[in-house]
Design a protein. Sequence first.
Lengths: 336, 416
Amino acid sequence: MASFIERHPAWALIAIIAIAVVLWLVFAIWPPGLEAAFGRKRVFLNAVLNGITLGGLYFLVASGFTLIFGLMRNVNLAHGSLYLFGGYIGYAISSWTGSWILSFIVAFVVVALVGVILQLAVFRRMEGQDLRQTMVTIGLSIVFADLMLWVFGGDFYQIQTPSWLIGPVQLPLLTAIKSSGEPVYLQYPLVRLVIFAASVAIGIAMWLALNRTRIGMIVRAGVDDRDILAATGVRIQLVFVLVFALGAGLAGIAGVVGGTFQSLSPGEDTRFLLASLVVVIVGGMGSIPGAALGAVIIGLAEQLGSVYIPTYAIVVTFLIMVLVLALRPQGLLARR
Amino acid sequence: MLKGSMGLIALGSLLLSGTAFAQEKIKVGVTATLEGTYTVLGEDGMRGFQTALNVLGKKVGDKELEFVVASTDATPDSAVRAVRKLIEQDKVQILLSPLSGDEGIAVKNFAKTKPELTFVNAASGAQETTYVDPAPNFFRYNMDGAQWQVGLGKYAYETKGYRKIATVGEDYSFIYTQVFGLVLEFCGAGGQVTNRQWVPLGTKDFASVIAALPDDVDAIYLGLGGADAVNFLNQYQQAGGKAHLMGGSIMIDQTILSSKGSAKNALIGTIAASGQADTWEDPGWQKFVKAYQDSFPENKRFPSPSLLATNYYDSTMALILALRQVNGDLSNNQAKLKEALAKIEIDAPNGKIKLDSNRQAIGTNFVTEVVDDGKGALFSKVVKVIPNVNQTLGYDPAVFAKIGLPSRTVPECKKY
């Protein structure tokens, strides 16, 4: 941190001012002039929180994608199908047993198993052949999409939010002061906060597992140079299978999350594949912190865009991607 | 993109008739949105189409109708691609297409490049399609989005006492047309529309849109459809939303009222207007509902046909009846068929339909209110039936032309 300030004093100053402005926007009562120019504070705060919580969902999908890419250099374009499949499994379990928590566990396990099969039956056979892997996974994603359309139809499925999570909570953030002097606090959907907290927890757990455990060390070594790692006697194929299972399982969990606060239907698979591609390109292929940063940036861009420039909201995410590709093609937090 | 012809397999194999051998065939191309946000709408449209074939049969004189189905995703380019493929590869002679608003405008323009063929609109409802520079070989037997809103503005103002409303709608031609119809009537009655929010088709996360809804209005009008509508309602419920709602024609529709989960319950009591009402007593309508229900097993259909099923049914019915009138004669660039289509009056399940000089339907509209049938299923109940709704909504054509074409900001909220 200190060295960054020494090396780039101008950028550091800009960053500090930007952070101060954002903090002021979040915590201060907006003067009437600002509200007139920029809309109500409630709308702004909601958009920011929505962007961050949506980023949590994107992170869950993209982290698995980036983990698999980072270690195995597999571009798994069927990742979106794993997301949607996880969501459908979660729906089936939650409507069958009524348990929301159980649906996460089952979706994780089942989709992780699908991941294991994919790794053993597909990727292992064409290791190092990027183009073949890409084409085969595109083909698989089409087949999966049709199979799911066949079984589940085109209907929209929503996973029932447990009753203790329905409805808004009051956050200790002031949005306005009524003329009577009574403060108005922000109301925010509880389920989104819980899901965001869960994705942060998963992110931290992944970071710890990668940086503080033996298996994490092996994975990191594999990311750097898998041939040398294999030569040292590590059973690299087993590591590959485990990582693939974890990445796929995370997509499955994300499917349950997406099915809870959005909905599941055909087409969601490609949407989330595209979202995770954008997130990973912005954040840096293969980097977990990069996926987290990319996810929050894309989430915020989508939500703030949909409120302040609705007409161009779709373009904003892709503009960010273009800018990143132009200025820092390896991604914001890529290591190499 | 990734899935060029998804969904095609499911319905295509079902519908391709492989029977007749020596018999002469008339090839008809059908498109529906079997991918993307409007998948459910496309699927139920195809059920309406299938119901029409079950009721009317596929024979025209001594010829047999053969259908080729292609899938679109509600974008204009997907519709033109599908139609072009049907014409060039499958050599269809007649098109039953498309489903969605923007697709309709694109297909109408494309129809002009194939003046020898006949295009029967399946369900699309943008005003521009038949109002601006119509194609002489494009026939639309459903009303447009503005016609489908007739009666709602007055009912909201006079009976419900709403004075100020805000709208949220998908950002494309059909919803522009719906809001056009609503605003014209509601503001004409004296109401105010304070805010019009537009969201891209296919929006999943509505949380910020919901947060930006104004508090100081009597009701919020929702012009959403398909997955967008379900997502909106789900997140509206999570945000604890309590406002009175009003709905557009594909919002208050079985495609949404039959969705899984509890979010749809926010719609109970919502007023809406559409080209049909689920609980209409009319024997013709009841017969159609029965035919629809008998055509599919209970878990493969909605409890009652959606607006899309009805539109596909009506369009198919008009086409088959007109073909029978001319005994399947497609000679001389299908001149006889086109003449018959322009003149035909059909006794559709949702009221009598005839075409105006732009080949646009004049039909019956329904103001409805959502009710719970006591067993957890939601239906739209008839409040008012308005016959003979034309495209200029009863305005003098010269006055109507001055209002301008439906867009994000047109019409202004005033009395024209």
